[in-house]
Design a protein around this ligand. Structure first.
Ligand code: MEV
Length: 327
């Protein structure tokens, strides 16, 4: 591994890379219209970037140390905090065969560990900021792949969906290594955060345990979720937003059946539907975290107020085409 001797160095593989002392990059959070959990087992999913982002600033340090500052704390990578960021730095160093120190600062518009893809966004925006700082210019899809390795290393199991949609933005149909971008539906999204955090790895493991114990049942549920996603894709392409909403509701029922629901999530989901949501479901790993609803413009405020009355932190947002960005 080549140690960079700040400030006049060249980067391996590039004779005269331009090295920036400090760069800020950002990446969006996401919601799953369909297919979380099933996508871990090769079924398709449709995940959508939203207009709330994580901002990662990287400043190169001569000292060789990595420090991370986020959520009011400052730590180095010898601690067990900020695992996604530290693993992202390690993966980046290994891939690019460079060694360096950096001060990494995170500012986030996403509640952490609540199903909105903050881990994926922090991971890919860290890799992007390092790549830009060192003048390496990794492509966004490559960064998504490296981000997937990071999630896999930390969670034990992970699909490529979270990091791919955060890196590339948009509404993404993803099945194994096949991905395609779809037009995003022109409807607002109302997100309700329960405030209940959980480890994605633990929830994924509990689903894996159910799949081991009841393979014939859980495999069928996963493949039905896959069918919902494929039909959902056709309805999105056809602009049949009422059907998209109804399919979201069916998907939610199946997520309940694999044990990733939660009583507060359920309350919020039913409140949103009572107030006229076209569809409402949880997003991400579940057992807390966030739900979201899609709705006609006229119902947005009523839904948002109902969710707030139940104690949720509410965000009104929209689907977004923007993925990784240099700020
Ligand atoms: C977590 O955001 C989504 C899951 O499907 C896990 C994954 O796809 O890696 C539960």
């Amino acid at each position: 591994m080549r140690a960079l001797s700040w400030p006049n160095q060249s980067v391996k593989g590039q004779v005269t890379a331009t090295i920036h002392q400090m760069i800020t990059c950002s990446a969006p959070g996401k919601v799953y219209l369909f297919g979380e959990h099933a996508v871990v087992y090769g079924q398709p999913a449709i995940a959508c970037a939203v207009e709330r982002r994580v901002f990662t600033s990287v400043k190169l340090l001569a000292s060789g140390e990595i420090t991370v500052s986020a959520m009011g704390k400052i730590q180095n990578c010898h601690s067990t905090e900020f695992r996604y960021i530290c693993q992202a730095v390690q993966t980046f160093k290994k891939r690019t065969k460079n060694d360096f120190g950096a001060e990494i600062t995170i500012k986030s518009e996403l509640p952490p560990s609540q199903g909105l893809g903050s881990s994926a966004a922090v991971t890919v925006s860290t890799i992007k900021a390092l790549s830009e700082c060192l003048g390496i210019g990794l492509r966004d899809q490559e960064i998504a792949g490296m981000g997937h390795q990071v999630e896999h290393a930390i969670q034990g199991r992970a699909s490529p969906a979270d990091t791919f949609v955060s890196a590339t933005g948009g509404v993404v149909f993803i099945e194994g290594t096949k991905t395609s971008h779809l037009m995003h539906p022109d409807v607002p999204i109302i997100i309700g955060a329960t405030g209940i955090t959980r480890s994605t790895g633990d929830v994924i493991n509990s689903v894996a345990r159910m799949k081991r114990d009841y393979p014939e049942i859980i495999n069928n549920i996963m493949s039905t979720i896959g069918d919902i996603t494929r039909l959902g894709e056709r309805k999105l392409i056809g602009g049949d937003i009422n059907n998209v909403g109804e399919l979201m509701n069916i998907n939610q029922g199946l997520l309940e059946s694999i044990g990733v629901g939660d009583i507060m999530l359920d309350k919020l989901i039913y409140r949103a539907r009572d107030e006229g949501a076209l569809g409402a479901k949880m997003t991400g790993a579940g057992r807390g975290g966030c739900m979201f609803a899609i709705a006609r413009e006229g119902n947005v405020n009523a839904i948002a107020e109902a969710l707030a009355r139940e104690g949720a932190q509410v965000f009104i947002t929209a689907f977004s085409n923007a993925g990784l960005r240099v700020e």
